[in-house]
Design a protein around this ligand. Structure first.
Ligand code: HEM
Length: 315
């Protein structure tokens, strides 16, 4: 089951940000840790400059992101990770992967990769840095993108990253832009984003778009009320935003969780909530999320599953 289930009583056109509380973790480790880190490292070995990019001039911000993330990881998972320091000499232990790394903080030559690239290989999250009032994307390790890539977005400000902005979400995006500008240093916020896909392929970077589009088109005729539960996947991104105190740069992390539709719909309450959200999502958003062609079958399937609790989802 998904640990985050961002479906309420109807389509939500608010940005949905909330503080990451003391008891919550900025970075999350789940049972897929080793396999996802393995996949990340494989992608980065194959196409390093596709999956990691950084503009020059933000090296110290990358170090600060590394520092922030290592501290948060060691604090949240003391049995799995530890960080010890002797002056600038830092020692990182990752017990899940049985790896130890010694490096000099601030010295790029002491790590095998750029700081954000290296630390991004310790976590399941994709990690991105945004700088300045406009929230310009200045660095990122992005392996599990949901239909985008660094090639298209690096160097762009927040507003253009999201262009063209669907009029339905324009007010939300304006609030989000203002929210990013006002983000206080050192405090983290999170939000969740959802989509529904015909596969659970984690890496949906733009380079795979032709194959993924073909896959969707091929699957459409097979998506009936009897099969759809096993053929569709919910994809939920837990996104966090933290302004780093020294550089003022925003650290944006994305942890992608996926689950087979049938596993979520087995809970009638969840099925009912999905009906309520999908049936009130404006058609333009349904289209943006490539759900138009299977929406009727999806709703029929979910209504059937929701019936078990006698919920009366919107028709
Ligand atoms: C409070 C902050 C944010 C909000 C409210 C927000 C909201 C959204 C929404 C509504 C969409 C499109 C619809 C959807 O999938 O639901 C979207 C897509 C996207 N967001 Fe954000 N977002 C936020 C932060 C960010 C940040 C910091 C980045 C930095 C890289 C980012 C990158 C993207 C990208 C690349 C897409 C896909 C755009 C495309 O279709 O080309 N978002 N976001």
């Amino acid at each position: 089951m998904l640990p985050y289930f961002p479906f309420g009583h109807r389509f939500n056109d608010k940005m949905g940000t909330a503080p990451v509380s003391e008891s919550d973790r900025l970075l999350e480790i789940d049972p897929l840790y080793s396999s996802e880190i393995g996949l990340k490292r494989q992608l980065l070995a194959e196409l390093p400059t596709y999956y990691f990019q950084a503009l020059s001039g933000y090296e110290s911000a990358q170090w600060e992101a590394l520092e922030w993330m290592l501290h948060k990881l060691a604090e949240a998972y003391p049995e799995q990770f530890s960080l010890t320091k002797q002056g600038n000499q830092w020692h990182w232990v990752n017990r899940i992967l049985a790896e130890e790394t010694t490096f000099r903080y601030g010295n790029e030559n002491s790590l095998p990769n750029a700081p954000l690239d290296w630390v991004g290989r310790q976590v399941q999250e994709d990690v991105l840095l945004l700088s300045g009032q406009e929230g310009r994307l200045v660095a990122g390790l992005l392996c599990f993108a949901n239909d985008w890539s660094l090639d298209e977005k690096i160097g762009l400000p927040f507003w253009q990253i999201h262009a063209p902005i669907n009029p339905i979400v324009e007010p939300m995006m304006r609030s989000a832009g203002a929210f990013m500008q006002r983000l206080p240093a050192g405090k983290s916020f999170w939000r969740a984003n959802w989509s529904v896909k015909v596969s659970n392929q984690l890496d949906r970077s733009t380079r795979h778009l032709p194959i993924l589009t073909q896959q969707l088109n091929d699957r459409l005729p097979q998506l009936t009320i009897d099969t759809i539960g096993d053929l569709l996947y919910l994809r939920v991104e837990r996104q966090t935003l933290t302004r780093l105190p020294k550089s003022g740069v925003i650290l944006f992390t994305i942890h992608t969780y996926q689950s087979r539709l049938a596993d979520e719909a087995a809970d009638p309450n969840r099925a009912a909530r999905m009906v309520q959200v999908f049936s009130t999502t404006p058609p333009a958003m349904i289209d943006y999320k490539s759900m138009t062609h299977f929406l009727p079958a999806l709703l029929n399937y979910l209504r059937d599953k929701a019936r078990a609790i006698n919920v009366n989802p919107l028709s």
